[in-house]
Design a binder for this molecule. Sequence first.
Ligand code: SF4
Length: 750
Amino acid sequence: MRQEKYFMPVCPQDLTERGIEQLDFVYVIGDAYVDHPSFGHAVISRLLESHGYSVGIISQPDWKKDDSISILGRPRLAFLIAAGNMDSCVNHYSVSKKRRQTDAYTPGGEMGRRPDYATVVYGNLIRRTYRDVPIIIGGIEASLRRMAHYDYWSDSFKRSVLLDSQADLISYGMGEKSIIEIADALESGIAVRDISFIQGTVYKTKDISGIYEGVMLPSYTQMKEDKVRYAESFGIQYENTDFITARPLIEPYPNHIYVIQNPPQPPLNTAEMDRVYALPYRRTYHPSYEERGGVPAISEIKFSLISNRGCFGGCSFCALTFHQGRTVQTRSHESILEEANLLIGDPDFKGYIHDVGGPTANFRHPSCEKQMTHGVCKDKQCLFPKPCRNLKADHSDYLALLKKLRLLPGVKKVFIRSGIRFDYLLADPDDTFFRELVEHHISGQLKVAPEHIADAVLSLMGKPEHSVYEQFQVKYRQLNQKAGKNQFLVPYLMSSHPGSTLKEAIALAEYLKGIGYMPEQVQDFYPTPSTISTVMYYTGLDPRNGNKVYVCRNPHEKAMQRALIQYRNPKNYDLVYEALTIAGRKDLIGFEKHCLIRPGKNNDREKQQVQENHKTTGRKSMKSSKDTMRSSKDTLRSDKDSMRSDKDTMRSGKDTMRSGKDTMRSGKDTIKSGKDTIKSSKDTIKSGKDTIKSGKGTIKSSKEIIKSGKNTIKSDKNIIKSGKDTMKSGKEKNRKKHTIRNVHKKKDIR
Ligand code: SF4
């Protein structure tokens, strides 16, 4: 078949136009059909096409209608099934098992276009119509449910998805090599029940006599009855994830059925990776989705480049080891630059490459040389608890790739959005990559995932000690200062991971208080299939060593742990208060600097009161309902009266308005007359003032007259006095004259 740049057939008309009488494979998928290498169905369908097989796509069939599965007819070789880029239950539900509102992998983001447990549902749908056509299941959902597993959403222990879906084979992991081998085996006429020899597959059988060096796992029945047996089984599975060292694993089921997991497919070398990414993808969603608004997920990936796959990080809550393996596989610079040029040629490209990464952005080669011949170590991790002495911590290849991308004409910026493993970054003695990361590849903030700060929890998570993150923070700050930048460091944190008690959650809250940061969103631990942490959650044991692990399962305690991370949010006050009280950490309630919350809003008495109220509310509510009904009838009656009375009120209101207008008119007259009175009073006051003024003048002048009169009287008195004195002196003179005369007279007499 020719490789051309068209979408795979999706309807009978496409088959007619391309002259296809019968397809080799019909691929049933839970996602919308997006022909982009970030979608597993695109890679597998293009790869099969490149090997000469025809593939038709049935995307999101209506699983309630049997004929939805037969629109492309019976395939010549097999049906393929993939639930989508995510497990269908993760896609549908949040960690609190609440239905999500949108589905980024469905046209228009519409929710509900695929069933829960899509692989099982589609498998049974096909079997109802085609009893003898081989069914091959793959993708993340089938891959991580390939053996018996704990299912969080139904809270049950489930069989291998191979049995529940009625499929014949699982192609687990990334599946490029195994799907071609399966296709070639079917093409050569080998019956699907005899395809038991391909790496990267899981099959079922009743005869295990031919299995070479197989490892017998505990049976499904044993594991279902005893969680310890499941932890043991998972521990063995975890040690058998490397293509060189893994052995076939045999899981027995009732009725002498065995589910056999063959070792993983070998990792792709660089040339094989390049070939996969050079296939003629249309790089977008099927045009039939246009009228529904397209597929939202495309915006995240359209201008991003995948540079690697596989991860030797070994985080316990991540299933990547089980899906892609620990061996890092990379594309060549040439392959990535070629794809970058396709991005640049897109009319919507604005000069920004959003990401150059993979599961871990800064893993661009296997962790050591030894693993390429001997496989990755079964009994130790490359980075945990400390970087292995054989670890090759070297960013030079990634650095060179990023430089080349930056220099491409039309590229303004190249960002890294995939996770950076900071302990690996610090293990590199050359800090050039770290410096260039800060200078060129961060858009304002770098998101990293320390996940927690309590070493006890970090150890169960498979993460480095908190001190490593602190070293990273210091260096990040220094490099930002040197570069003259002020870029933030945003830590991803996880609450309620196995091992985290309230004590650790409080320690995390205290840390956040110390650095003055409160995350906008908190990720609760999500027990997705086939992770070490999920096994801890289900069994209470660490499957690596059988040690007991504390598990927070109570939704209320989970809520408290989550609230502690966002202790500053007023909505979380009660939960934080309760958590601190239960943990005996009331010292963190107060006004001191180190306290998380203030007292006052809540106290024990109030709390007791609330609880009592809750108890009595139930009893009271029935009685209250009856009262309410009765009261409603009364209210109805009263409402009618009210309406009647309202009409009267309206009538009376109109009269009041009329009378009000008259009053207003009369009021205006009164105001006018008042104004005249005031004016006349003012005149009177003015004239009074003049009179007073003139009176004062008269008084003054009278006073002057009186004063002058007094002076006249005084002067008159002086005159009188002087007159009297004159008179007196005259009398004295007269008397002396008389006396003298009398003397003279006497002398004369004598
Ligand atoms: S030797 Fe070290 S780096 Fe290599 S696989 Fe083993 S743990 Fe990882």
